[in-house]
Ligand binder design. Structure first.
Ligand code: ATP
Length: 317
């Protein structure tokens, strides 16, 4: 049996709009998701036992059944019990570079990598759409993390419509190390504040989704027009996170002032990103914001937008 090493990219949201409630308890969303080349490395090794054992270099990451990498193996075991019994347990090594609870889908992309890796290890032959259907059971961002690139995501985020991949732009990401925001808190607070403005019928949802499909941001992406993309970034969750966490609002302002193409919080935050036309420009923006906010608790990353989803980098006997 082989061991597999996979690369699992983070994502940012170029657009995140909350349309309404869903009967299943999730929110009806329309988003534009974008992979970046800030990645975790996941290694899967058959361990000759029945157990799923997790190892991670970041102590913030849970090593029990709450880890999405662990749950991904359980989903596969549930779907293919006989095959799973033949293959036994697995050791999962997570080399974590993506900050945790940061709005960058760090857990979802690990779960996506394990689905792709187990598909190979157990020789299941599942297609990408089949893996994405299983991924939706793990989490709303998992189907996107499997295929990556640039995509419009609707429903609770699991229905994907790939669009032109962006790769000609860079981002500076910044996050306060000690600050994490729970996705559940952000959506709950949004509902408390703005629930009365939700679209309540499926025709309304369809029509707003169609507007985003044919809208200016998708057109700017089609033309790889960084200046327009920067101006059109949008995230509803900023309306609740920025007032509650002034340091995130201040970071956002600092990026705005140093002159990037545009800046926005990713997902439910607290990571803020600044879009830049080149890696040199991104580096200048990083240095300037570091000078404006010298707090050592603030961490930075520079990454390129990427067309890659989960990729297998090596396998060995
Ligand atoms: P999203 O953008 O999908 O909402 P996020 O980037 O905000 O996710 P994650 O990094 O996925 O957040 O972490 C959210 C929580 O998920 C963490 O606090 C952690 O307890 C849990 N978690 C489960 N599996 C993982 C994993 N493999 N890596 C990181 N966190 C994980």
């Amino acid at each position: 049996m082989h061991s597999y090493t996979l690369i699992a990219p983070a994502k940012i949201n170029l657009h995140l709009e909350i349309l309404g409630d869903r009967p299943d308890g999730y929110h009806e969303l329309v988003m534009i998701l974008q992979s970046i080349d800030l990645v975790d490395k996941i290694e899967l090794r058959p361990n000759g036992t029945e157990q799923i054992r997790l190892h991670c270099n970041n102590p913030q990451v849970p090593l029990d059944a709450s880890n999405l990498a662990y749950r991904a193996v359980e989903v596969m075991r549930g779907e293919f019990p006989k095959i799973a019994a033949n293959y036994g347990g697995v050791d999962i090594f997570i080399d974590k570079k993506i900050p945790v609870a940061a709005g960058l889908a760090g857990g979802s992309t690990n779960g996506a990598a394990v689905l792709v890796g187990i598909n190979l290890m157990w020789e299941l032959g599942l297609t990408v759409p089949e893996l994405q259907t299983l991924g939706a059971k793990l989490g709303s961002d998992v189907p996107f993390c499997i295929s990556g690139g640039t995509a419009i995501a609707t429903g609770r985020g699991e229905q994907l419509d790939p669009i032109v991949d962006l790769d000609n732009l860079w981002v500076v990401l910044a996050k306060y190390r000690s600050l994490s925001i729970s996705t559940a808190w952000a959506y709950k607070t949004y509902k408390q504040k703005f629930g009365s403005s939700y679209i309540s019928d499926s025709e309304g949802v369809k029509s707003r989704t169609a507007q985003v499909h044919s809208g200016s941001l998708v057109s700017a992406i089609a033309h790889k027009d960084g200046a327009s993309i920067g101006k059109l970034l949008y995230n509803d969750l900023e309306k609740v996170v920025l007032p509650a966490f002034p340091q995130v609002a201040q970071l956002r302002e600092a990026f705005q002032e140093v002159g990037c193409l545009g800046t926005m919080m990713s997902g439910s935050g607290p990571t803020v990103f600044a879009l830049c036309e080149s890696s040199d420009r991104a580096e200048i923006v990083r240095v300037k914001v570091r000078e404006t906010i010298p707090d050592p608790d603030l961490e930075f990353w520079v990454a390129q937008l990427s067309s890659a989803g989960i990729e297998v980098t090596s396998f060995s006997k």
